[in-house]
Write a protein that binds this ligand. Sequence first.
Ligand SMILES: NC(=O)C1=CN([C@@H]2O[C@H](COP(=O)(O)OP(=O)(O)OC[C@H]3O[C@@H](n4cnc5c(N)ncnc54)[C@H](O)[C@@H]3O)[C@@H](O)[C@H]2O)C=CC1
Ligand SMILES: N[C@@H](CC=O)C(=O)O
Ligand code: NA
Length: 432
Amino acid sequence: MKIGICGLGTVGGGTVNVMTRNSAEIAARCGRSVEIVQVGARRDNPDCDTSNINVSREIFDVANNPDVDVLVELIGGTTVARELVLTAIANGKHVVTANKALIAEHGNELFAAAAAKGVTIAYEAAVAGGIPIIKSLREGLAGNRIEWLAGIINGTGNYILTEMREKGRSFEEALSQAQALGYAEADPTFDVEGIDAAHKLVIMASLAFGMPLAFDKVFTEGISGVAKDDIQYADELGYRIKHLGIARRTGEGVELRVHPTLIPERRLIANVNGVMNAVLVNGDAVGPTLYYGAGAGAEATASAVIADIVDVARTLNVRPDQRVPLAGVTQESQGDLDEVLSMDDAETSYYMRISAFDKPGVMSKVATICSEQGISIEALIQHEPAEGEELVPVVLLTSRAREAQLQEAVSQIEALDTIQGPVVRIRVEPLG
Ligand SMILES: NC(=O)C1=CN([C@@H]2O[C@H](COP(=O)(O)OP(=O)(O)OC[C@H]3O[C@@H](n4cnc5c(N)ncnc54)[C@H](O)[C@@H]3O)[C@@H](O)[C@H]2O)C=CC1
Ligand SMILES: N[C@@H](CC=O)C(=O)O
Ligand code: NA
């Protein structure tokens, strides 16, 4: 089987290196030889030896090369990448990609094009890097009705939160380090503002719930507003702050949300640190299952890219309509997009940090506002004000309620004249 790789950056370089190093194992697993016949790259990668490979500076040469059976798209972005993948499909090539933005935003179109042409698009590396989560959702858990899943699905974000908590590093310092390690997206706002996690969440939700990809329906909040103080208060309350993607089926529809979340520290997923990712999936038959591993990095991601190449090799002689469906269920069985709920209808609880003037009666007003919204206060921290300080931080955890009620309570608290500035609020999930 002949492979053409487009993009020779972090993941492209890692893929060439691992394929070269493990060529004997890969061939044995495929039952045929697998050879990289062309690489399309604007520039060489000093970490990767391509002296024995035909390298073109024009990636469309690869998509139009009649010798290439499988095009591996590792350039990133959604414009050129979409065109490249559509060209490869039109030329009858199978596609392997690590590009979650491409699948989340154009997957419905690309899957239809691939199905019409009888080729495969494989995208294991697109979610949670090296963790075989696509395969687990689509194949390993195929006997279950999946009720919910929640994951730390951005390595850069988890690395930043971990460095802030464990080493007291600043947000900016930790982000620069994640970029130097090759974890971050070309535009790191995708990582820190939750866009990358939203891309990955819709891919998982589509597989788990048999629905079309609905990227524009995800509620997305990043980690750029998480302060060191909140990480410390969360610790004091027995929680860790993680950036989670959550997809949950409720009686009314599907919640799709990405936001910083307090998780009880006793949960395994609360202890997933650094660039590691983890996805917790709850199936009706199997119960909770947890998948853990490196969410980013050259070789960890290459591991997933190559697993897809092996999968394609194993199905080359299988009739297209007999292969594993690209979206988890057959196209005609996909549900409706209207099922995605508005964030107002999501059920969660809040961590709130309030800057209150050190005067009597403040807490009773906050408690009254909460109780009028049907929310109770489950835990509270109030330290002595610092010397000469008029303001005192008050931290509380609420009971579960609809997002709309929690937001209403926050607005009323912010309107009190005994409170200063906005209320810091982070959602809390028990995950069990
Ligand atoms: N870095 C990571 O740990 C992970 C990355 N991914 C995804 O893998 C893909 C690649 O990411 P990285 O390797 O990190 O990016 P990168 O920026 O290191 O590499 C991309 C390479 O593609 C080249 N390229 C882009 N457009 C091109 C064009 N039109 N013609 C020729 N070359 C072009 C760039 O010059 C660069 O060398 C992205 O979709 C990313 O989201 C997925 C999982 C993990
Ligand atoms: N930038 C992404 C790369 C992997 O998908 C991340 O940090 O998780
Ligand atoms: Na994966």
